[in-house]
Design a protein around this ligand. Structure first.
Ligand code: HEC
Length: 259
């Protein structure tokens, strides 16, 4: 009983802390991406290689496998290698190579202070909602080396890659009462939301769509077999239903003479 109470206490404490954190700053926005939408995955891949691959690698992804999964294939299901090499592969000659990065790591360390991390698993480690919100939450901050900061990644070392597309955002602050480690209350300015002060070339809806396609692609990259698993899952469930039916009929047949 004591152990149960202790666990309950820990769970409640975690919930309280969770709520306290959640109420601080910008909330995560839900992304409505669809892994079955091949056109969206292809747009996402193109955005990725054009805007992100200069700094970030996808070391667990090979061009060819990726192209096959996202539907860059001919009618027979063969990967259109020339199309892939001409449009998506800027780092190597072979479509069978992993998606590495052109920038040497040492240079990157010098330019950004931190090496841009590999993004193969980022959709799993951070979550798709976080990624979506992150890419929409860069704001103007002249104190930072790139002139931008991020509402969900304070003091981020990455420039705002989509600045021209999204435009410039300014933070709007609210005062919030927080408690320090000793439980003493103190007041802190936290960002409540961001306001678009200088529009980019895209409207808000168009920009959201761009980010959704990119997050969709990274979601696929994080778990390439997710689609396959879901498709198989349906068959497994159907099999179980049919199997149960036959098992029931068999049982009835066996027990007929006993009654
Ligand atoms: C000019 C180089 C550069 C480009 C281009 C770039 N990034 Fe980054 N990115 C960085 C650096 C540097 C960091 C590390 C930031 C830090 O730790 O402060 C980073 C961090 C990130 C992170 C956080 C990873 C984590 O879990 O900590 C994500 C997500 C990310 N980048 C996504 C993207 C996406 C998507 C694109 C393309 C739209 C992109 N980046 C383009 C340099 C770049």
């Amino acid at each position: 009983m004591k152990a149960i109470k202790k666990y309950l206490f820990v769970i409640v404490a975690m919930m309280v802390v969770g709520v306290a954190f959640a109420s601080e700053g910008v909330h995560l926005e839900k992304v409505k991406n669809n892994l079955c939408d091949k056109a969206s995955l292809q747009r996402g891949a193109s955005l990725y290689v054009n805007y992100c691959a200069g700094c970030h690698s996808l070391q667990y992804v090979r061009y060819k496998e990726m192209a096959k999964d996202i539907g860059i294939v001919d009618k027979k299901g063969n990967v259109l290698e020339k199309l892939v090499n001409d449009n998506l592969n800027f780092t190597s000659d072979k479509a069978t190579d992993p998606m590495l990065v052109a920038t040497p790591r040492a240079d990157a360390m010098q330019w950004f202070g931190v090496a841009p991390p590999d993004l193969s698993l980022v959709a799993r480690s951070r979550g798709t909602d976080w990624l979506y919100t992150y890419l929409k939450s860069f704001y103007n901050d002249p104190k930072r080396p790139w002139g931008v900061n991020n509402a969900v990644f304070p003091d981020v070392g990455m420039p705002h890659i989509f600045l021209a597309l999204q435009g410039t955002q300014e933070p709007v602050y609210v005062k919030q009462m927080l408690k320090d480690e000793e439980g003493k209350p103190y007041e802190k300015q936290v960002i409540s939301h961001l306001e678009l002060t200088k529009p980019g070339v895209l409207s808000k809806e168009e920009y959201d769509k761009v980010v959704t396609d990119l997050v969709n692609f990274l979601d696929y990259v994080g778990e390439p077999h997710k689609l396959e698993r879901k498709r198989l899952g349906v068959w497994v469930l159907l099999f179980l239903v049919v199997f149960t039916l036959f098992a029931y009929l068999l049982k009835r047949e066996y027990w007929k003479d006993v009654h």
